[in-house]
Design a protein around this ligand. Structure first.
Ligand SMILES: [Fe+2]
Length: 388
């Protein structure tokens, strides 16, 4: 995240002597991407982060595609997915993927007693339901319903969920997940035209130091496999850190919608960008104020992108037949738009209460087998007048 942040105790000068009370040295550890030229942080550990007792293959993550490719409008009801296990890290249902981005869904029922890090991609988690604390080497980051959690790759972390329903939309990205370039000035600050600013971005706030020896398993995702890595001490033994590389959060309610006299195009809803995709937030807002405006979008051909929308509530201005937790996929190759009745219905309305997350990918998405169990196969015919 291009905001400098610091927690705990650090030496006055980097790469210099920093001693514990007993005279031993703390262990300095640089974490950063793009080979010492990207965002980075310097962490100071009580013990060496390199004391690995053993590693072993835990499982392969081979995502299976549907057996025959299909070209039609798709609709999947994620809230009907059967939970596949208790763990947020290990038990995720694959839904949609390509070489740049992978979308899955998790409904964890217990807190993991191990740690997790994804060393093949950044993770962006949309917390559709649930709250708790995201623990990491960088400290504690409380989260709640509606949060986007951005966890840059290779950050060791663990979720401590509170009681209640937990539903998470998980987006893994080969490229770095970041704020939209066009909202950042040349120094990286979010500009006045950005729908959110640094004040809305939440950073780790507490840094408990866990100085404990033992066997601490970390599940590491790398090259489409999960490895169990046993560390000789607790991984969250950092006494201080500073830099730009750390997990952060933005709540969808803190995204301020950009509205106009006539319909504004989807890029005004953009919240994040990756390599090969963008993420947009559709939030409650006032509708267009031209007296003759049509608030819902026109029919459109999403040329060169596949359009995925996750509906965080049951309302969406241009759509019918969806429910909270629905995911629609409108693939490139088929024009789409409001279903019959929705255009007339929208005229004269003053506001919408919709809440949805859109992922537009620049390469075609593959539907994973796991999504088929909750597919609404009638969705593609919902544009026909007889389905009104
Ligand atoms: Fe669209």
């Amino acid at each position: 995240m291009p905001i400098y942040h610091k927690l705990g105790r650090i030496p006055h000068k980097r790469h210099t002597v920093f001693r514990k009370e007993n005279g031993d040295l703390y262990y300095e550890h640089l974490m950063g991407n793009k080979g010492f030229t990207g965002l980075s942080s310097l962490l100071y550990h009580v013990r060496r982060p390199t004391t690995i007792l053993q590693t072993r293959l835990q499982k392969k993550c081979n995502w299976e595609s549907e057996s025959e490719p299909v070209l039609r409008m798709r609709h999947f009801k994620t809230h009907n997915l059967s939970p596949v296990g208790p763990s947020v890290a290990l038990n995720r249902t694959p839904l949609l993927y390509n070489k740049a981005v992978a979308i899955s869904f998790a409904q964890p029922s217990a807190n993991d007693d191990f740690f997790y890090r994804n060393s093949q991609g950044d993770e962006l988690i949309f917390v559709s339901d649930g709250e708790g604390v995201l623990e990491s080497s960088f400290g504690e980051l409380p989260f709640r319903k509606g949060d986007y959690l951005v966890i840059p790759r290779s950050i060791t972390h663990r979720y401590r969920f509170s009681e209640g329903i937990k539903r998470l939309l998980i987006i893994e990205s080969v490229g770095q997940i970041r704020t939209p370039q066009r909202y950042r000035n040349e120094q990286g600050q979010l500009m006045e035209n950005s729908p959110f600013c640094e004040r809305d971005i939440r950073k780790p706030e507490n840094l408990p130091v866990n100085d404990a020896m033992g066997e601490f398993p970390i599940m590491v995702k790398k090259a489409n496999a999960i490895y169990e890595v046993i560390l000789e001490h607790h991984p969250f033994d950092v006494v201080g850190w500073d830099g730009y590389y750390y997990p952060w959060a933005l709540n969808i309610e803190d995204f301020e919608p950009i509205t106009g006299r006539i319909h504004q195009p989807p890029p005004v809803h953009q919240t994040f960008e990756g390599d090969g995709f963008v993420i947009c937030s559709f939030v409650p807002r006032l509708f267009d104020y031209h007296p003759q405006s049509i608030p819902v979008p026109y029919q459109h051909s999403n040329v060169m992108s596949d359009e995925v929308i996750y509906y965080a509530n049951e309302e969406f201005m241009s759509r019918k037949g969806i429910e909270e937790g629905s995911i629609t996929l409108h693939p490139d190759g088929l024009p789409h738009g409001p279903q019959p009745g929705k255009i007339e219905e929208s005229i004269g309305k003053s506001k919408t209460g919709e809440l949805a997350v859109m992922v537009d990918t620049f390469q075609a998405l593959i539907v994973a087998k796991g999504a088929l169990q909750v597919e609404d196969r009638d969705y593609s015919r919902s544009w026909l007048e007889d389905k009104k």
